[in-house]
Design a protein around this ligand. Structure first.
Ligand code: NAD
Length: 253
């Protein structure tokens, strides 16, 4: 045991958007639980920085990285092929990379709507498309997606963001039904407001009323979401598929 509960001993996991925030916390949690983790980021520099931070915590962590263009299927396929060749399998994929939007519909630019769909939806399709054959050949696997509480309620601005997360839920439920017979489970976690870089530009005047409305009385931590991913990735969740698990302190927007 490397330092956690050993729930993912011997598993190989790929986590997109693993350089910071929820993705980084998930990578760390998986490493603590005995997985080998390949974290994907948008740039070599941020990937290297995240890896050296993790190695600083525990030099025995087996952590690697890559920076394919997630919105381009060929680029993703090439990266996953290399990972599968190097590690012999891919047991777990966490589709976590994402971006947000607060743009009002009156000013929403067409290219910004396309950009958010490219990362939040197309990348989930591309990575899932690239990994399923390896999982099937290996007897099964787990695909986990980062959705959002706004995939349930929508939000009053930045409509591209909730639209993208509704699509993530659609992919989750549909792929769960399509891939169950191949022993590939597909689930999503829908975080509430979680303290990461994504939230750093949101003013206190917006955050404070949100906290007041959360029954558990606090904002989420990246580790809260990582814990849910750990459970869903592990064999403890072996009969759970097609679920969107809210991790939001019962927040209602
Ligand atoms: P973050 O901004 O801290 O991290 C985003 C991650 O995505 C980073 O690792 C970044 O490198 C990666 N990324 C961004 N653009 C990319 C690109 N073009 N190509 C590849 N990687 C890219 O955000 P976070 O809050 O940790 O968000 C992670 C996920 O959680 C997202 O899918 C987000 O929608 C979701 N989420 C966040 C919150 C929240 O309150 N923070 C709430 C609900 C859902």
């Amino acid at each position: 045991m490397i330092g956690g509960y050993d729930m993912l001993n011997g598993k190989v996991a790929v986590v997109t958007g693993g350089t910071r925030g929820i993705g980084f916390a998930t990578v760390k949690k998986f490493l603590e639980n005995g997985a080998k983790v390949i974290l994907l980021g948008s740039r070599k520099e941020s990937v290297d920085k995240a890896i050296s931070e993790l190695k600083g915590i525990n030099e025995n962590y087996e952590v690697d990285g890559a920076w394919p263009n997630l919105s381009n299927l060929s680029s993703v396929e090439e990266a996953f092929k290399k990972i599968n060749e190097k590690y012999g399998k891919i047991d777990i994929l966490v589709n976590n990379a994402g971006m947000s939007s607060m743009d009002k519909i009156y000013d929403y630019k067409e290219e910004d709507f396309k950009k958010i769909m490219d990362l939040n939806v197309n990348a989930v399709f591309n990575c899932s498309r690239a990994v399923v054959s390896y999982m099937k050949e290996n007897g099964g696997g787990v695909i986990l997606n980062t959705s959002s509480m706004v995939s349930i309620y929508g939000q009053p601005s930045g409509c591209g963001y909730p639209a993208s997360k509704f699509a993530v839920n659609g992919l989750t439920k549909s792929l769960a039904r399509e891939l169950g017979r191949d022993n590939i489970r597909v689930n999503a976690v829908a975080p509430g407001v979680t303290l990461t870089d994504m939230m750093k530009d949101v003013p206190d005047s917006v955050i404070e009323p949100i906290i007041k409305s959360i029954p558990l009385g606090r904002i989420g931590k990246p580790e809260d979401i990582a814990n849910a991913f750990l459970f869903l990735a592990s064999d403890m969740a072996s009969y759970i598929t097609g679920v969107v698990l809210s991790v939001d302190g019962a927040a209602r927007s």
